[in-house]
Design a protein around this ligand. Structure first.
Ligand SMILES: *Cc1c(COP(=O)(O)O)cnc(C)c1O
Length: 377
């Protein structure tokens, strides 16, 4: 079949690969350039294609794809930590990440301390001899605080701990954390990298081979691998990442400005607005782009939020983000449900806060829908 040259990678929907004989088996183990596949849990052309493409975008030494963003975070933590170790985590973090750390990994003897935004560049008082890493997000969810990755990397290096950056919201189109000094980058591929709300996947990109091999081993041994079809879908989505991000970002900026002047909107969080506390940093670190997610607050009453959601005609309430179609989410009831009331209040995630994942539709259509829905609350 050597005369067949498909333009795109076919889907290798197989769980196992056959060997010609024992010599071929030996070549699999001894020659990296020989037959490269044995069993899909260890590796598959579709998941490898995705890993290589994301690695190139993030400028890493290599990448490992996983079954979800959560399993990507788990793989990094298990690759680096053992029972008795201690990790630091930014306080404003994806709810799943904090549940994993606080509720599950503590049961396995890995302890966690949360660092508030104010203390993130001076870690001394949080560091213990057993501290191994700091997990933080380039842009936090849902209030879009932007971290200075370069400054953070200088701080983690001083304390000899690894910096793990969840770059899901920024994507490598805006920010490449490894180039700024981070050691490991993770993504929920479910979000912008695949981009069409039809895949659940994750990826870990490492700066060094040694860390990469540990992550690979954990992925294989714990069975955190991605399926070939999901790998294929994500690799397809990735082809338009750059185009999509430009439209997400320009739409989000236009909508942030619109919401900011609306009398029924009390606050808007978007790094592209001049009054955002890290606007200058975001501009520099994001190549003049600010991402596709913004949050805004209407009246702090469940009833009002509910009426607003019911009034929207083309923007569904769907607790995820980053699809080509816009959606809104409700952090207090979904991603941050497991947080205590007190912590949510302290972070500013009150009853009226709505997160908007701005899609790539024509912006006028989105603004028209928001306009009529806000008129009804
Ligand atoms: C969604 C998300 C995750 C988890 O990813 P899944 O693919 O849902 O497992 C982790 N971090 C961030 C910032 C996310 O938005």
């Amino acid at each position: 079949m050597s005369h067949i040259h498909p333009k795109t990678t076919p889907i290798y929907q197989t769980s196992v690969f056959a060997f010609d004989d024992l010599n071929a088996l030996e070549r699999y183990f001894s020659e990296p350039a020989g037959q490269s596949y044995m069993y899909t849990r260890y590796g598959n052309p579709n998941t490898d294609e995705l890993a290589q493409k994301v690695n190139a975008l993030e400028e890493g030494a290599g990448a490992v794809v996983t079954s979800s963003g959560m399993s990507a975070i788990l793989a990094v933590l298990l690759a680096v930590c053992k029972a008795g170790d201690h990790v630091l985590c930014a306080e404003e973090i994806y709810g799943g990440s904090s549940s994993l750390l606080s509720q599950e990994l503590t049961r396995m003897g890995i302890e966690v301390a949360y660092v508030p935004m104010e203390g993130i560049y001076s870690l001394q008082k949080y560091i213990r001899p057993e501290t191994k890493l700091l997990l933080a997000e380039t842009m936090s969810n849902p209030l879009l605080q932007v971290l200075d990755v370069e400054r953070l990397a200088q701080e983690t290096k001083q304390h000899d701990i690894k910096l793990v950056i969840d770059n899901t919201f920024a994507t490598p189109v805006l920010t490449r954390p490894l180039a700024l000094g981070a050691d490991v980058v993770i993504h929920s591929v479910t979000k912008y990298l695949s981009g069409h709300s039809d895949v659940t996947a994750g990826v870990v990109i490492c700066k060094e081979q040694e860390a990469l091999q540990r992550v690979q081993k954990v992925m294989m041994t714990y069975g955190l691998n991605l399926s070939p079809f999901e790998g294929w879908l994500a690799a397809r989505g990735l082809k338009t990442l750059c185009l999509r991000m430009k439209q997400h970002c320009s739409n989000a900026l236009e909508i942030a400005r619109y919401l900011q002047q609306h009398p029924k909107v009390e606050q808007v969080w978007y790094p592209g607005l001049e009054d955002h506390p890290q606007h200058k940093l975001a501009k520099k670190q994001g190549q003049d782009m600010f991402g596709g997610v913004l949050s805004f607050r209407i009246k702090d009453e469940t009833e009002v939020v509910n009426r607003f959601m019911q009034a929207l005609q083309n923007i569904p309430f769907a607790p995820s983000l980053a699809g080509v179609d816009s959606s809104i989410s409700y952090p207090a009831g979904t991603s941050h449900r497991s947080f205590s009331d007190e912590l949510r209040q302290r972070q500013g995630i009150t009853t009226g806060v709505i997160r908007f994942s701005v899609g790539i539709e024509e912006p006028e259509l989105l603004i028209a829908d928001l306009e009529q829905a806000l008129a009804q609350v």
